[in-house]
Design a protein. Structure first.
Length: 284
């Protein structure tokens, strides 16, 4: 058995939610969970070790308690634990290579402000070569709607669509594939132009989207798949379309620039504002 699903644990409510989501996902996949804590030395004055322990003993206790809770959630679930010696971002990125997925928690800020995706999560998101899942702490139950996937017909989409269809098949749900067409600036200057542009661009994009979906519809005949073309800001439209989703899937190019890995504006918007767990799928 592989290490299955790797989860970063740090004692927060969001990390607890991420661990529980990972346990549920592991059951669907027939695999196990590896809980990891990436050590980041704190100043002695702020380390919360009232009992005189060490950071490592605190981390080991945290991992043990989390593992016990997951085994109680799913009897017989294989759960392993590991304290990582390197810092959070490099440690988590390296640990992810032994698993199928890396799962992290993401902290809610509220309906207006959205969600805080910390610097560690963003750094890992730009570096890890496995799918990365960010999970919100929204209550006891996770959403059970369709798998919503953002598709850009101009980019390679097989890895992203393949992940979405496979997840939908595991859950017995459907796939909602969404392409958002950003209108040019001049279209907002005159209300009469907008309908004409929508009529002009939508059919061509719908055909391209249907063509991209066709092989996956054939492979997963039992998974209902709906394609939607929306007009507006891609990130905002995808977040709105995924309001009832069990999972939101977006792609991330693995190609790096001289400045390092880059996450696009659409990905940033979805990571910060989607209520459903978000999966970042790397692709060429």
């Amino acid at each position: 058995m592989t290490q299955g699903i790797v989860v970063g644990v740090d004692g927060t409510e969001q990390a607890h939610a991420a661990a529980e989501w990972a346990a549920d996902e592991a059951v669907l996949r027939g695999t196990g969970v590896q809980l990891v804590h990436a050590r980041e030395p704190w100043p002695e004055s702020v380390v919360p070790f009232a009992t005189g322990g060490t950071e490592e003993s605190w981390a080991e206790d945290l991992l043990a308690r989390t593992a016990e809770r997951l085994r109680g959630r799913h009897r017989g679930l294989p759960v392993s634990t590991r304290v990582l010696a390197s810092g959070p971002a490099p440690g988590l990125a390296a640990a992810a290579e032994s698993g199928e997925l890396l799962v992290l928690g993401s902290r809610a800020l509220g309906e207006v402000a959205g969600y805080l995706v910390g610097s560690v999560a963003l750094t890992v998101a730009g570096a890890v070569e496995r799918p990365l899942v960010l999970v919100r702490a929204l209550g006891d139950a996770f959403p059970s709607g369709p798998v919503t996937v953002g598709v850009d017909a101009r980019q390679p989409v097989d890895a992203v669509l393949g992940f979405a269809f496979e997840e939908a098949a595991r859950r017995g749900s459907g796939v909602h594939a969404v392409y958002a067409q950003q209108l040019p600036l001049y279209a907002t200057l005159g209300p009469e132009m907008v309908p004409d542009i929508r009529v002009a661009v939508a059919p061509e994009i719908e055909r391209a989207l249907d063509e991209a979906l066709e092989p996956w519809r054939s492979k997963y005949a039992d998974v209902p798949a709906v394609a939607r073309v929306l007009i507006g800001s891609a990130g905002q439209e995808l977040v709105s379309a995924a309001a009832d989703a069990a999972l939101v899937v977006v792609g991330r190019r693995t190609r790096r620039s001289a400045l390092g890995a880059h996450l696009g504006s659409v990905t940033h918007c979805v990571l910060h504002h989607s209520r459903a767990p978000v999966v970042l799928v790397p692709h060429d």
